[in-house]
Design a binder for this molecule. Structure first.
Ligand code: ADP
Ligand code: MG
Ligand code: ZN
Length: 511
């Protein structure tokens, strides 16, 4: 007898429906066709054990399993469930009446319990688009899938339960969640700017960065609070929209790093890979392509601590994705895209010893060494960083001050207001959502400087010996400062503040 079930494969961050056909006839052999990898071949032995263990009979006849489309690479043991169900139905131990209604995925343990799969959210979205009535996933994945509306999502912990549901006409196992509710209820950040004493000027710089979506680098000695500050950046970004939350959740789900039983990621992600990370770890890749850190940081923050310690080549592979906000991974058989839209916050010591420009410690590095330390950072990456912030340690008396600092919530409110001005400004600009993303053409349109502004900028460029690349960055940042001030016009004091955030462009740096 021939039976069909439906599973899914992941391509990039989206799912593709896979049809599993099982035909049982006279004979004795077991065939699996349609490009299954080793894990699927091994599933033969596992399926024999599981089916016998739960009190059914693995048919000792000729079994042909075909998985289509054949040109899609199918990985892993997550096809156990649709294959097992198809075998049981083809051997008439289970009703095949409802099989066409569902897409199902799940790895089976030998005792028949269902283990989690990757990409359940993408699978639910695809199954709904294709008009399936429901999807069946392991309990551990049911929450992430259940945020999709318009499809019945069933979560089960054991193969027995799936069989019982398919044999009956009941709705056991259905889980429903309201995505918008989830988004509102769950937002929480473990770190708040309230814990940071003093450093008002740094908090201001990070507020500007958050308000315009600007990448930022902090330069300061060890212990000055750079890591502490970076961790708090997500808490002042605007709340995620439902689309952003779904997109980030999809990526984490596909990468298999979504915490068990979690539904929607509603807080902006914060990723801080170590400087020993590989190219593939950072931008994505591998034999079976996987999203890298820049995609896991989608709609959130990527923190690169000790930037000069990263291999130059590793940083260079980030250039294109940062430009395009998407990373394309090409392998012999497949090309996949992963979103990569994030805010970069980098940190570095000012010099190898750490104390260049320190208020009360002496730097032991020669000027040449300070310069070459800075030159270790890839130029193309520096070109994408709008704000340079020098962090000096807070004096002891401020550290012991019991007065709490500004709360993240208050800063975030100002950020939200500034972003609203940008939403209106860029409503007709394709692919531009914030000031940092403006092209040179956009700058001409939205960032006019009056006579005195132009004069100020000219003098500052000369006096501070700023390099040419500083020019556009200063204007973009000034635009954001004006937005925070609810001003349509960029005024001289907005420009004056923006000029301060280009320390590393000063040709005198290090000498
Ligand atoms: N402004 C500050 N307010 C409160 N604690 C601070 C501040 N700056 C530094 N600290 C304390 O010093 C520790 C070290 O800071 P850290 O962020 O690791 O410095 P860095 O990354 O610059 O080396 C922090 O964990 C925190 O306890
Ligand atoms: Mg640190
Ligand atoms: Zn030094």
């Amino acid at each position: 007898m021939l039976v069909k079930t439906f599973g899914s494969a992941i391509h990039g961050i989206d799912a593709i429906i896979i049809t599993i056909e099982v035909n049982i006839s006279q004979g004795k052999k077991f065939y699996l066709v349609g490009l299954p990898d080793n894990a699927i071949k091994e599933s033969h032995h596992r399926l024999v054990a599981v089916i016998n263990n739960i009190g059914f009979k693995f048919p000792r006849r000729r079994i042909v399993i075909n998985m289509a489309p054949a040109d899609i690479k199918k990985e892993g043991s997550a096809y156990d469930l649709p294959i097992a169900i198809a075998i049981l139905a083809a051997s008439e131990q289970l009703s095949d009446k409802r099989l066409s209604e569902f897409v199902m995925m799940g790895e089976l343990s030998l005792d028949g319990s269902l283990k989690r799969v990757k990409g359940a959210l993408s699978m639910a979205l695809k199954a709904k688009d294709e008009g399936f009535k429901g999807i069946i996933v392991p309990n551990e994945n049911v929450m992430e899938a259940a945020i999709v509306e318009g499809i019945d999502v069933y979560g089960f912990s054991h193969l027995d339960e799936v069989i019982e549901m398919l044999n009956g006409d009941n709705n056991m196992g259905i889980v429903k969640l309201d995505a918008t509710d989830q988004l509102l209820q769950l937002v929480s950040y473990s770190y708040d700017f309230e814990d940071v004493k003093g450093q008002e000027n740094i908090k201001r710089a990070l507020e500007i960065a958050a308000a315009g979506g600007h990448n930022v680098i902090m330069i300061g000695p060890p212990g000055s609070g750079k890591t502490m500050l970076a961790k708090r950046l997500p808490s002042i970004l605007p709340p995620m929209s439902i689309e952003e939350a779904l997109e980030t959740t999809k990526i984490h789900s596909v990468a298999g790093i979504l915490p068990e039983h979690s539904a929607l990621i509603s807080s902006r992600p914060y990723r801080s890979p170590h400087h020993t990370i590989s190219d593939a770890g950072l931008v994505g890749g591998g034999t079976y392509p996987q999203p890298g850190e820049i995609s896991l940081a989608q709609n959130g923050v990527l923190f690169l601590d000790e930037l000069p310690e990263f291999k130059r080549t590793v940083l260079e592979v980030m250039r294109q994705p940062m430009e395009d906000r998407v990373v394309t991974i090409s392998r012999a058989r497949v090309t996949v895209d992963y979103p990569a839209s994030f805010m970069l916050i980098a940190a570095m010591n000012p010099c190898p010893c750490g104390y260049y420009n320190h208020p009360d410690k002496d730097c032991v590095c020669s000027p040449g060494i300070v310069k070459s330390y800075l030159n270790k950072i890839s130029g193309p990456l520096m070109d994408r960083i709008d704000l340079h912030v020098e962090v000096t340690p807070v004096p002891f008396n401020e550290l012991t001050d019991s007065k709490p600092g500004t709360k993240s919530n208050d800063i975030r409110q100002r950020v939200i207001n500034a972003r609203q001005m940008q939403d209106i400004r860029f409503v007709d600009c394709k692919d531009v959502y914030n000031n940092a993303q403006m092209s040179t053409k956009n700058l001409g349109k939205y960032c006019n400087l009056d006579e005195s502004g132009q004069q100020l900028l000219k003098v500052a460029m000369e006096k501070l010996s700023l390099s040419a690349r500083a020019y556009d960055r200063i204007i973009k940042v000034a635009r954001t400062i004006a937005d925070l001030d609810s001003s349509q016009k960029i005024k001289t004091d907005h420009l004056a503040e923006a000029i301060q955030y280009r320390s590393l462009d000063r040709e005198t740096w290090g000498s």
